[in-house]
Ligand binder design. Structure first.
Ligand SMILES: *Cc1c(COP(=O)(O)O)cnc(C)c1O
Length: 353
């Protein structure tokens, strides 16, 4: 507490992002980045943007990028909102669509930024426990609420929720917004984008940070009924007119247009993920079935915090969450290249021996 702080700042518990090490040769499996580079077309578009036009502000409406995103998803540009990473899109969503008298509902084991936004904006929330096997049970959300939000596949568990279950929730929950955070959907879950035309309360959030290998560019977007999108625009234009710079606009539009690169990247990550899960099981780990670019695993005889520390000594970073207590034994391991995953397995074998 400083005498200069507002009461709001004094009460915050900020989100703690995964470590971004300064050392060059660590094997970085802790923040779910893609181990392969972005689309060469996106890189070319970024290079073409270096020039005198940088003296001009970017397009505050982001029209060209919205068109690329709309074309990819077969929607209209008015159904697209873009932001500086999906974290910003989520922040605007909490303030613009989820702040009501009733609490917003999300899983107890989920993206740990959600409660941070709730506290920042003074939003009532209730964390709904996952089942024993770490699954979302839609029946637990069929209560009065100020909105529902969950990742699909869920993070950090990696478990997907069937589209039929999401539709069952939407049919029963028409009075508040349902947000599906599809940060990892390209790695194996069913997208809810196809339901947008039928459910005006559905907002689907995507990021270019994971499957499109552009975490460094900071671009995310939301898809939904134009009325929901308008709410997000109103928040954005009350906060920052230009959250996406000229590089982000150009690079992201080119990345959206390179579908082949996306598909190749995801196919490689999925193949490595399935091998990695098998290798971890051979070492005695329990591994939750993952539809994401990470696996969530625990060794029944070892503490997660200890394994993470021993891996770190060997130059391998993975993510460990102390809370909630029911996941303290788990490690969240990003799927790297085959060589990185082989190095991880070799290190774990040595640590466990
Ligand atoms: C990584 C992640 C995001 C944020 O992605 P950015 O676009 O990089 O801000 C959002 N939701 C979930 C569940 C994530 O894991």
């Amino acid at each position: 507490m400083s005498r200069y702080w507002s009461a709001v700042v004094d009460g915050l518990t900020p989100y703690v992002p995964g470590e971004q090490p300064k050392l060059p040769d660590v094997i970085k499996l802790n923040t779910n980045e893609c181990p392969y580079g972005p689309s060469p077309k996106a890189l070319a578009a970024l290079r073409a943007e270096v020039g005198d036009t940088l003296r001009l502000y970017p397009d505050s409406n982001c029209d060209i990028l919205k068109q690329s995103i709309a074309a990819f998803h077969k929607l209209r540009p008015a159904q697209v909102f873009v932001g500086n990473g999906s974290d910003e899109v989520l922040a605007h969503t909490f303030l613009g669509l989820l702040k009501h008298e009733q609490p917003v509902l999300f899983p107890d084991v989920s993206y740990s930024f959600y409660p941070v936004y709730c506290r920042l904006y003074g939003i009532a929330y209730r964390q709904v426990p996952l089942t024993e096997s770490f699954e979302i049970r839609v029946d637990d959300y069929l209560t009065p609420n100020g909105g529902v939000i969950f990742p699909n596949p869920n993070a950090p568990t990696g478990r997907p929720l069937a589209l039929s279950e999401i539709e069952r929730l939407l049919r029963a929950n028409a009075e508040s917004v349902v947000v599906v955070d599809e940060a990892y959907v390209d790695f194996g879950a069913e997208s809810a984008v196809g339901l947008i035309e039928r459910y005006p309360q559905l907002l689907v959030v995507h990021t270019l940070s994971k499957s499109r290998s552009l975490a460094g560019l900071r671009v995310g977007y939301a898809l939904g009924n134009a009325e929901l999108i308008d709410a997000l625009c109103r928040v954005k234009d009350s906060f920052n007119s230009y959250p996406l710079d000229r590089f982000a606009l150009a690079g992201a539009a080119a990345a959206m247009e390179d579908r082949a690169h996306l598909e190749q990247t995801c196919a490689k990550v999925i193949a490595t993920r399935d091998r990695l899960a098998g290798d971890l099981i051979s070492l005695g780990f329990d591994v939750l079935p993952s539809a994401a670019n990470f696996v969530f695993a625990r060794h029944p005889q070892r503490e997660g915090v200890e394994l993470a520390a021993r891996l770190r000594e060997r130059g391998i970073l993975v993510r460990h969450f102390k809370e909630p207590a029911r996941i303290a034994q788990f490690l969240r391991i990003t799927v790297g290249t085959d060589a990185q995953c082989a190095a991880l397995i070799a290190a774990l074998s040595a640590i466990l021996a």
